[in-house]
Write a protein that binds this ligand. Sequence first.
Ligand SMILES: Cc1cc2nc3c(=O)[nH]c(=O)nc-3n(C[C@H](O)[C@H](O)[C@H](O)COP(=O)(O)O)c2cc1C
Length: 300
Amino acid sequence: MNTKVTIAGVELKNPVMTASGTFGSGQEFSEMTDLNKLGAVVTKGVSSVPWPGNPTPRIAEVYGGMLNAIGLQNPGIDVFIERDIPFLQDYSCKKIVNVCGKTVEEYLAVVERLNDQPIDMMEINVSCPNVKEGALAFGQDARVLEDVTKKIKAVAKKPIIMKLSPNVTNIKEMGLAAEAGGANAVSLINTLMGMKIDINRKKFVLANKTGGFSGPAVKPVAVRMVYDVAHTVKIPVIGMGGIATAEDAIEFMMAGATAISVGTMNFVDPETTSKIADGIEQFMKDKGIEDINDIIGCVE
Ligand SMILES: Cc1cc2nc3c(=O)[nH]c(=O)nc-3n(C[C@H](O)[C@H](O)[C@H](O)COP(=O)(O)O)c2cc1C
């Protein structure tokens, strides 16, 4: 039975990955779940300098999921290289580093620092506000997305995954823009923009007013977007958004995802990812599937 999948020449032992920002770099989770069982760990977004994040409260529970406005708090690339990359070297999972920035130059600075590090791929979070062009996220304008992808590809020495924002009118156009810019793969979905109001206090629940909506409630939106992009571009698609079980993971793969990531559900059960890896194998046995690659995009 084969559970291996390949993205941009990088072979994952299985298609199960962690979603950026929900698993740190694996340090805390390694005490609760076996990182060696995962196809890849995708780390929390890292920027060229430390980011303090947004004021609190910055997370809230909603039906079927959560809102977060963490604001990409991170210690910056220097600490990340010194502390997080060495930690991951003890594990056999592939290492994918998620990169954030507020200008193209900031993205490029991080990519250049990561070029010679022992990591397998970089995932670029384009849901960050583009401060020089009116603060609309890089991933909300196809022209800007293609341009930032090209500039990153011109300096990157590792395969590049562009992580698409679902807060757009036409997700296929965004997949095509990333592909045209030379991306090796795309991943989706990032969080959907949401809001929650405390009606007793007549205040926003999050200090930031809005936050990213994630968790099982977003899954049908994510499956539809993964299907749309996977049937539009030729590069591999990594699917995520509300995955809680092996059945959810298989649904994304049948929609066209080569691999999948688990985000919010890590907070509910830190063993979700390894349980999903086991559940996929069980599903393959039950259905007599010899090669996991046979189910990718198989839905008609
Ligand atoms: C608390 C939290 C922090 C996140 N941080 C990041 C991040 O740093 N970079 C990124 O690209 N996505 C980030 N995301 C988005 C997730 O990686 C994922 O795309 C999204 O939550 C959908 O998957 P899920 O429904 O399984 O959580 C974050 C999500 C959450 C809930």
